[in-house]
Ligand binder design. Structure first.
Ligand SMILES: [Zn+2]
Length: 424
């Protein structure tokens, strides 16, 4: 079995830092249990190792050196935040080194069955306070394997405020053997509260280079090297997206449809039609992606509520049930909205790649195109629009993304973009 960090693509420096931290963590374990007689759970300072784990102030040690109780993995979508967090969890539980990949500690962590590693993957749109309280409580218990209690929270940007406060308490006064690994897009206050961030060490992941993504697709997923190189470039550093493009014909067809847009913009009517088609495709993709989960949740809730029950108490139960059904519908609707926005954003990123190619060609810049399969069309655009026109179109796509993030109705933002792309 390969090393636990093998799937973390193009992040060599980060992997080195995490290995050093795991090695330091192992040193702390060898130093023995914390001295509980010390005031406020503070560690004895005789060898310094335990004092180190007790410290949660970032900047106190060299970046990457030493071990701490709370970490935030940040990076653009697809850069491997959760892959990194899981691999680090395995490295902390590794019995032979810093993530050998073959010992029981590594193996069970990567398989998701380690007794002392809890993985939180929010299904709905947010992680609630009850879930977080239960988690914090369990995380405070003594690790059964004698090493660390590790809690991995994917999408920590989706904590509710109350859940964030429950987590903050645990991060502020961490049990001696508990480690929190959070994943978030960035350390912006919109993603993670300033107080939690101030208690964590940040592990920034970069967007991996296409060559590194292509290598992992070929090695791990058995994708043909040519296809892997094309998909890695087209996905612009998003590892999961590259894998889908390489393996899923529907994902490829959706991308082809998006990249056909620039050729279709022949007038106002065509621009409005193109906008409607793009929105419709995003809605269809999103609906397909959430349909199975929605149906399964609904069925589970109906079973739990004993649908069709009668007799004493049934009326009261029904009133409570109506509230739960409403709550589920609300969560499903917000998940569908999020899925639509994500699908539309993927389309806009593809489109931005096309105009970026046209711009670099107009400038005769010595860089590889994002989309090798549409470079002829992009080249024709470059000659017709020249650099200025290509740049204006690229900016129109980026402005559309920004507008949608700022809650402008997607249809209006996309129509404005299509008209700008047509007019240049
Ligand atoms: Zn191991």
């Amino acid at each position: 079995m390969p090393d636990v960090f093998a799937d973390l693509v193009g992040q060599d420096e980060t992997v080195e830092a995490l290995r050093r931290a795991a090695a330091d963590a192992a040193t702390i374990l060898r130093a023995g249990p914390p001295d509980l007689t010390a005031p406020d759970g503070a560690a004895p300072t005789s060898d310094g190792a335990l004092a180190q784990i007790g410290s949660t102030r970032p900047g106190e040690h060299e970046p990457g050196a030493g071990m701490t109780h709370a970490w935030i993995f940040t990076g653009p979508p697809g850069s491997g935040r959760s892959v990194a967090a899981r691999a680090f969890a395995a490295a902390l539980q590794c019995l032979h080194g810093t993530g050998c990949g073959s010992c029981p500690g590594c193996h069970t962590t990567m398989a998701g069955t380690h007794a002392d590693v809890r993985l939180v993957v929010p299904e709905g749109l947010s992680i609630g306070v009850n879930e977080m309280r239960a988690l914090v409580l369990r995380a405070a218990s003594t690790p059964s394997g004698g090493r660390w209690q590790v809690v991995v929270i994917e999408d920590a940007d989706r904590l509710t405020e109350a859940a964030g406060n429950a987590l903050l308490k645990a991060v502020e006064e961490p049990p001696p053997r508990t480690v929190f690994l959070l994943c978030a897009p960035s350390t912006h206050p919109d993603d993670i509260s300033v107080t939690i961030r101030s208690r964590c060490r940040v592990v920034p992941l970069r967007q991996p280079a296409p060559a590194a993504v292509a290598e992992v697709l070929a090695r791990r997923d058995g994708v043909e090297p040519d296809v892997a190189r094309w998909a890695a470039a087209a996905a612009q550093g998003h590892v999961g997206r590259a894998r889908r493009l390489a393996r899923d014909p529907e994902a490829r067809a959706r991308r082809d449809a998006v990249l056909a847009v620039p050729r279709q913009l022949t007038g106002v009517g065509a621009a409005i039609d193109a906008a409607a088609a793009l929105i419709g495709a995003a809605e269809a993709e999103a609906a397909a992606s959430v349909a199975d989960t929605d149906a399964a949740e609904r069925a589970a809730l109906e079973t739990a509520l004993g649908a069709g029950g009668t007799g004493r108490g049934a009326a009261g139960a029904f009133r409570g049930a109506a509230g739960q059904v409403k709550e589920l519908e609300r969560r499903q609707k917000s998940r569908a909205t999020r899925a639509q926005r994500d699908a539309l954003d993927r389309a806009l990123v593809d489109l931005a790649g096309f105009y970026r190619d046209a711009l670099t060609m107009a400038l005769h810049a010595p860089v590889e195109p994002v989309n090798t399969d549409t470079s002829t069309v992009a080249g024709a655009g470059a000659r017709k629009w020249e650099a200025d026109g290509a740049l204006r179109r690229l900016e129109a796509v980026l402005a559309c993304r920004t507008a949608i993030e700022a809650n402008v109705k997607p249809r209006i933002a996309v129509e404005a973009m299509m008209l700008a792309l047509w007019k240049g």
